[in-house]
Design a protein around this ligand. Structure first.
Ligand SMILES: C[S@@+](CC[C@H](N)C(=O)[O-])C[C@H]1O[C@@H](n2cnc3c(N)ncnc32)[C@H](O)[C@@H]1O
Length: 265
């Protein structure tokens, strides 16, 4: 992606600023610089239209740093703001998140991940935004999340789709015996990797997939080392008999998430 959208730049700015005042000072400096002036203006407009967003974003970031008990972490984050908890870059704005969700669902259709006969597992479904967006295009979608509060939100989100359901579980082994054509892990792998459960994920995803099935992961880790992510995914893919169709590509305009698309040989 060429230029980051202002909401993502704003979240990055917050992350490197110790306080709202420090973030404002950085933004003022960007405004002074002709090269960053226009971007800074867009960020400032967005910030002004979302009062309190600095505190909300920092609160969720702080919760996310409280260890790897993701059930509790995401329960606490969802209590602050479910939209921001699943996608900090949404700033908690449902419209911003809906635009990003629609773009991702569109990309999935373009990449031929979704078809009318496809049975999808949405692992780490959060608020169920992805499950709800793709339900009209697939045979069945099952959302799974470790956080009971997220599961409640997700159940409400998919309630109007007869082919969608959500269950609470913190690993894929809970689904043993079931079969899927696609396993989605949309911004879920960073938490799986951080908890040291990547090996188990690959074993279980492999076992759950029908022949010819696919795994689509958006973001693999938050280690800050994209080359290492690409190496890890490539190595896991080779070990489990997957072909890598996309390896860390950034294809979206609303989100800088990195796509990893693998097809079971
Ligand atoms: C950043 S959110 C993304 C949610 C959703 N995929 C989306 O993009 O809107 C990550 C989600 O993964 C869930 N999660 C993390 N580790 C998990 C695990 N081991 N099993 C099930 N859910 C998990 C969290 O509870 C959280 O809802």
């Amino acid at each position: 992606m060429a230029e980051l959208p202002p909401n993502i730049e704003l979240v990055h700015l917050f992350a490197v600023s110790r306080s709202a005042a420090a973030a404002r000072a950085r933004l003022a400096a960007m405004l002074e610089n002709p090269e960053t002036h226009v971007r800074a203006e867009r960020m400032l407009t967005l910030w002004r239209s979302h009062p309190g967003v600095y505190d909300r974003v920092r609160k969720i970031e702080a919760i996310a740093q409280q260890g790897t008990a993701w059930r509790d972490v995401f329960d606490a984050a969802a209590a602050v703001d479910p939209c921001a908890a699943v996608a900090l870059y949404s700033l908690g704005d449902a419209d911003l998140l809906a635009a990003a969700t629609e773009e991702l669902a569109e990309a999935m259709r373009r990449w031929q991940v979704l078809a009318s006969g496809t049975v999808v597992l949405d692992f780490g479904c959060g608020t169920g935004r992805i499950s709800a967006a793709i339900a009209p295009y697939v045979a069945r979608v099952l959302g799974v999340d470790a956080s009971p509060r997220m599961v409640d939100v997700a159940r409400a989100a998919v309630a109007r789709h007869a082919n969608a359901a959500v269950i609470e579980a913190d690993c894929l082994s809970a689904l043993r015996g079931d079969r899927f054509d696609v396993v989605l892990a949309i911004d879920t792998m960073p938490y799986v990797v951080q908890a040291g459960d990547a090996d188990a994920f690959w074993e279980e995803a492999d076992a759950l997939l029908n022949p010819g099935g696919a795994v689509l992961m958006m973001n693999y880790s938050y280690r800050g080392d994209p080359a290492r992510d690409d190496e890890d995914v490539t190595a896991f893919a080779a070990r489990h008999g997957f072909l890598v169709a996309r390896c860390g590509t950034q294809d979206l305009t609303h989100w800088d998430g990195r796509a990893f698309l693998l097809h079971k040989i």
